[in-house]
Design a binder for this molecule. Structure first.
Ligand code: HEM
Ligand SMILES: *[C@@H]1O[C@H](CO)[C@@H](O)[C@H](O)[C@H]1NC(C)=O
Ligand SMILES: *[C@@H]1O[C@H](CO)[C@@H](O)[C@H](O)[C@H]1NC(C)=O
Ligand SMILES: *[C@@H]1O[C@H](CO)[C@@H](O)[C@H](O)[C@H]1NC(C)=O
Ligand SMILES: CC(=O)N[C@H]1CO[C@H](CO)[C@@H](O)[C@@H]1O
Length: 527
């Protein structure tokens, strides 16, 4: 408890100093940008964002009202720059190197969940971690993952068949909540592909590892208490190792995270020990070699090794599952596209059989344009990672592709900012920009990705603004899973569907009132 009073003490002093400092010496340059009024001094428009019913409710409106860059109020009267402008996003994420790290409070939060792995790392540490792990995700490695994706999808198909047989509804169809099933499948997949480890989540919903993840984000990040939100605004002033004591706080959020990290600190060494002898370039081998390295540039500490396991399992699991969940939802609402994709898959299957191969190769999957267009369109409409925060480490000028009008009526095409300026990238709103996606930006229209003129596309948006380090892996994984599921099952909206909400958890998740994580679709076997 001593640490708590210390935190509270530091926080109080810092609040006063900061307030005085900012008001007197450092008026914000983004002050002149237009933006929504602030409903609260304490948490500003964070309140609108965190407590919105569905992802995008407020962002879409702000983008409509103010253009592609605007000002919102952060905590304690701080001005935050919010952007959807592609040139600005490109600049911040790519051109500027490590000039825009994640804010300290976000990193403190990431550390609570997955420790000091690659999502948490910045600067040199990040560069080193990436360089060490890249060989484990080479094109050859990715090719070797494909049979695993396919094997586990076949197990999922088997499970759904059993459900339908049990209900006597193989060809008439029955409602299945596909979201948790996909989560179990992708957990088995990432653990098998990454760590040669058999979680057995598909076979056993109570498997220990799966239970650790079930509702992890919903329990911990959906609609945090007001206290917690305000509390977080002090995090950036607290040295990270002291801050890390917050994990001992008794609230819902911290208890859940502590449980998970405690579990992972036991589980990760076990996963690694089990496979000490594996010889190739798989992740375990790469991590172990780095742990043994004498050279600081290529070395990973024990903690870094364990935390990569926690990081990869979290980053590579519910993201893919949720993306596929929304994808199948859109296809259930669009039987024509679903049929078009199924035709394409069946034609490709005929070629595979004629060749005498057992299953699709990566080239086969890449030759399915309707499937790819629909996967892209679904991620555009439903970006699982829907927003991202960065902080400027120095004064800078952020360029804009689309000029905006300021409060004082100026048209500007770049925004000067000061050191410490916080920037929120609204991925969900970027994905709905009429300037990029046209007048039907809010509608499901997969054809757009077949018609798109690639030469006119800006740097971001190549794959619906997918900034994932493992974009190649997730694309192949999604294609493999989606192709097998659509080849075997037909998906429709049930007669009395529950209303699905795209909830603003850490990653966007589908929930229905009273049902929790929910995507009930009517599933039937393809005849
Ligand atoms: C549809 C599924 C996925 C989506 C939408 C997605 C999205 C993203 C995004 C937007 C980021 C950047 C976050 C940021 O820097 O603020 C990211 C990073 C990352 N992704 Fe994914 N991802 C998906 C699947 C995967 C999979 C299957 C893996 C497999 C291991 C993975 C591993 C990672 C890792 C480790 C990072 C952190 C990289 C770094 O900070 O250097 N993701 N992802
Ligand atoms: C499922 O996993 C739980 C937790 O590990 C275990 O207690 C149970 O026996 C398992 N059930 C089966 C059928 O293997
Ligand atoms: C934490 O984990 C233990 C066992 O591992 C479990 O009994 C308990 O319910 C968990 N608590 C929370 C809040 O998840
Ligand atoms: C890293 O190396 C040290 C010393 O060689 C060893 O004791 C430790 O178990 C290794 N850690 C991991 C996670 O492999
Ligand atoms: C316990 C375990 O998962 N062991 C695996 C380690 O890696 C080798 C080769 O990659 C597998 O054959 C083992 O099953």
């Amino acid at each position: 408890m001593a640490s708590l009073s210390l935190i509270a003490g530091i926080a109080a002093v810092v609040l006063v100093l900061r307030y005085v400092f900012i008001r007197l010496f450092r008026p914000s340059t983004v002050k002149d940008l237009r933006g929504p009024p602030s409903p609260s001094f304490w948490i500003g428009n964070e309140q609108d964002i965190r407590y919105q019913d569905q992802v995008g409710d407020v962002e879409f409106k702000w983008m409509h009202d103010y253009g592609n860059a605007w000002r919102i109020a952060g905590n304690l009267g701080e001005d935050v720059l919010m952007i959807t402008d592609p040139k600005a996003i490109q600049y911040i994420l790519h051109t500027s190197g490590y000039k825009y790290p994640k804010p300290e409070e976000n990193r403190g939060f990431v550390r609570l969940i997955v420790g000091q792995g690659i999502i948490w790392a910045e600067g040199e540490t990040h560069r080193r971690q990436r360089k060490i792990m890249n060989p484990a995700f080479s094109p050859a490695q990715l090719r070797s993952f494909l049979p695993l994706f396919q094997h586990h999808t076949q197990r999922l198909i088997q499970k759904w068949r059993e459900e339908l047989v049990g209900k006597g509804a193989v060809f008439s169809g029955a409602t299945i909540n596909i979201a948790p099933w996909l989560s179990r499948a992708t957990l088995d997949i990432i653990a098998a592909a990454g760590f040669n480890y058999d979680v057995g989540a598909l076979d056993n919903a109570s498997s220990e590892l799966h239970q650790q993840y079930a509702n992890l984000f919903i329990d911990s990040t959906l609609y945090p208490s007001m206290f917690d939100t305000i509390f977080k605004s002090f995090w950036k002033y607290i040295p990270s190792d002291i801050l890390h004591f917050v994990r001992f706080l008794p609230s819902r959020e911290y208890t859940r995270f502590r449980n998970y990290t405690q579990f992972m600190r036991k589980f990760a060494p076990e996963i690694i020990r089990k496979n000490e002898s594996a010889g190739s370039k798989d992740i375990i081998t790469v991590l172990q070699q780095a742990n043994a390295s004498e050279d600081a540039k290529t070395r990973l500490s024990d903690v870094e090794v364990w935390d990569q396991v926690a990081t990869l399992l979290v980053a590579g699991h519910d993201t893919t599952a949720t993306a596929l969940t929304f994808f199948l939802w859109e296809l259930a609402k669009d039987p024509a596209w679903q049929a078009k994709i199924r035709d394409e898959i069946q034609t490709a299957r005929a070629h595979v059989c004629a060749r005498g191969d057992e299953d699709f190769s990566i080239a086969d999957l890449e030759g399915l344009p309707a499937l790819q267009a629909a996967l892209k369109e679904s991620l555009r409409l439903h970006p699982i990672v829907w927003s991202g925060q960065r902080t400027a480490t120095e004064a800078d000028v952020i360029p804009l592709a689309y000029p905006i009008v300021t409060k004082s009526g100026q048209h500007i095409s770049e925004i000067p900012i000061q050191k410490g300026q916080k920037v929120t990238i609204s991925t969900c709103a970027y994905n709905r920009m009429p300037e990029i996606w046209g007048p039907k930006a809010h509608e499901w229209h997969p054809q757009r990705f077949l018609d798109i003129d690639k030469s006119k596309q800006t740097g971001v948006g190549v794959y619906a603004n997918l900034e994932c380090w493992q974009a190649q892996l997730l694309i192949i994984e999604q294609q493999a899973i989606a192709a097998a599921l659509l080849e075997n099952f037909d998906f429709t909206i049930p007669d009395k569907p529950a209303v699905i909400h795209r909830k603003p958890t850490a990653i966007m998740m589908p929930l229905a009132d009273g049902l929790g994580l929910w995507m009930g679709l009517k599933v039937k076997s393809v005849q």
